[in-house]
Write a protein that binds this ligand. Structure first.
Ligand code: GLP
Length: 241
């Protein structure tokens, strides 16, 4: 596992965007595994900048998002689908048919999960997976538990996740209680993984995830075993490492 110490949020975001640039330059039809949350927003901004300068072309790129809230339709401003279009997709030349995000509004969640697994398999798996980390150590929405859940599944969100994510909603009670997330095996099978972390609020969990024994109680700890995983963090997030 490599640790890239960035001076600040901007540098972290730039370093992550450059890894995406490198990936797309080597293979223009790469499958990017994409994340939501506050952390990758700066990376998306740099990617848009690179696109506007003509340095990157997403016309062949496929994208697979990590997760989506159950019960939110794609036009709901709190959905991850909406987030991705607002923060990234609508600003670049990614084709609509190459964007994959689980449908949170479909009530047949079991089928959504099965189909999503199939989609990822059919497009050949993920080349570069971008991750954030939850304050409880979740990646995607794989919450701490008794076991690592391998494939796409419905998860009941931990209370700490609901509290962390309520900042995006008018009220805590509006935060969905469930989400669909790709599983740990699918994330782990990505050829390359980049985990982004910013701010002192992530320092303690990063220390546990990277230095403590691997356990499903800290889902991100599995990344210790990955052969090509880079942690890009700013000073505040990495100060305990
Ligand atoms: C959400 C997402 C995760 C993300 C995490 C951290 O729960 N499902 O993919 O990594 O939040 O978010 P933030 O970057 O806002 O701290």
């Amino acid at each position: 596992m490599k640790i890239h110490r960035a001076e600040n949020y901007q540098e972290m975001s730039r370093a992550a965007a450059n890894m995406v640039l490198d990936q797309i330059s080597k293979k223009n039809n790469s499958v990017l595994g994409l994340a939501t949350g506050s952390t990758p927003i700066g990376m998306y901004e740099y990617l848009i900048e690179l696109y506007n300068k003509g340095d990157i072309d997403f016309s062949e790129t496929r994208t697979v998002n990590l997760d989506e809230y159950v019960g939110l339709s794609r036009d709901n401003p709190q959905s991850y689908n909406y987030f991705m279009h607002e923060k990234f997709f609508r600003h670049v030349n990614i084709s609509k048919e190459n964007i994959y995000i689980p449908d949170g509004a479909d009530t047949d969640t079991e089928k959504v999960c099965k189909d999503y697994e199939k989609i990822i398999e059919n497009i050949g798996g993920i080349d570069l997976q971008i991750l954030g980390i939850g304050t409880d150590g979740h990646i995607g929405f794989n919450e701490p538990g008794e076991a690592f859940i391998p494939s796409t599944h419905v998860v009941t969100l931990a209370e700490s996740t609901i509290i962390s994510n309520k900042r995006f909603f008018d009220d805590k009670k509006d935060v969905p209680k469930k989400a669909i997330t790709i599983g740990i095996k699918t994330i782990f099978q990505a050829k390359k993984i980049v985990l982004l972390a910013s701010g002192s609020g992530k320092a303690a969990i990063l220390q546990k995830a990277l230095l403590w024994p691997i356990t499903p109680g800290i889902p991100a700890s599995i990344l210790q075993l990955h052969s090509d995983c880079t942690i890009i963090g700013d000073e505040d997030a990495l100060y305990l490492l």
